[in-house]
Design a protein around this ligand. Structure first.
Ligand code: HEC
Length: 165
């Protein structure tokens, strides 16, 4: 093959491949799927895992204020990762109700969603301080606030009912 012909065929191939590379439809969908999985993992492994021992302290007096402080700190750190795991187009409507409980309201009211997330960050930070103070009654009260404002404040408006698979 002459060089010019070779070049021409390379260019022809490039012309076919380039639009494919630009066509990110299915790739994006795969990424979105990953975001849903990543945020559910975060909720289970980082959020709930730290929240459980905190509620055990409030309900059954299990653990110490130092434990509450440590888990509240980790909870706040996990909360900071939440918004980035909710890219547009990854809620109900775009994905089946069995795959995600994220309501479209999240993206219709992104500011409200961020505010609800900030509430969890703020309440966790207060909980760290109160727990470091060691006053059991105050700690239990602040755990209640964290659950109500931090978890409930977002789940109520932004998380839909569970649907059986
Ligand atoms: C800023 C919003 C927000 C905050 C704050 C928040 N969550 Fe969530 N959480 C969600 C949304 C939305 C979902 C549904 C995600 C999905 O299905 O795609 C969810 C899902 C979950 C899940 C379900 C995971 C599964 O197994 O399906 C658990 C558990 C959970 N959250 C626990 C908590 C706890 C505990 C707190 C408070 C300490 C909390 N979340 C705070 C928005 C939030």
């Amino acid at each position: 093959m002459r060089l010019a012909t070779k070049l021409a065929s390379v260019i022809a191939v490039a012309a076919v491949v380039a639009p494919l590379a630009l066509w990110t439809g299915p790739l994006e969908a795969a990424g979105d799927d990953a975001a849903i999985k990543a945020r559910i993992d975060l909720m289970r492994n980082d959020v709930l895992k730290n929240w459980k021992p905190i509620t055990a302290y409030a309900k059954d007096g299990k653990g110490t204020p130092a434990d509450v402080s440590r888990h509240a700190k980790a909870l706040g750190d996990a909360a900071k990762k939440i918004p980035s795991l909710f890219p547009k187009g990854t809620g109900r409507g775009d994905f089946p109700d069995t795959v995600t409980r994220a309501l479209p309201d999240i993206w219709q009211d992104w500011k409200g969603f961020e505010k609800a997330n900030q509430d969890l960050i703020d309440q966790s930070a207060i909980l760290v301080k109160v727990a470091d103070g060691g006053d059991q009654d105050a700690i239990v009260k602040q755990i209640g606030m964290t659950g109500k404002m931090g978890c409930g404040g977002c789940h109520k408006p932004f998380r839909g009912a569970k649907v059986k698979k």
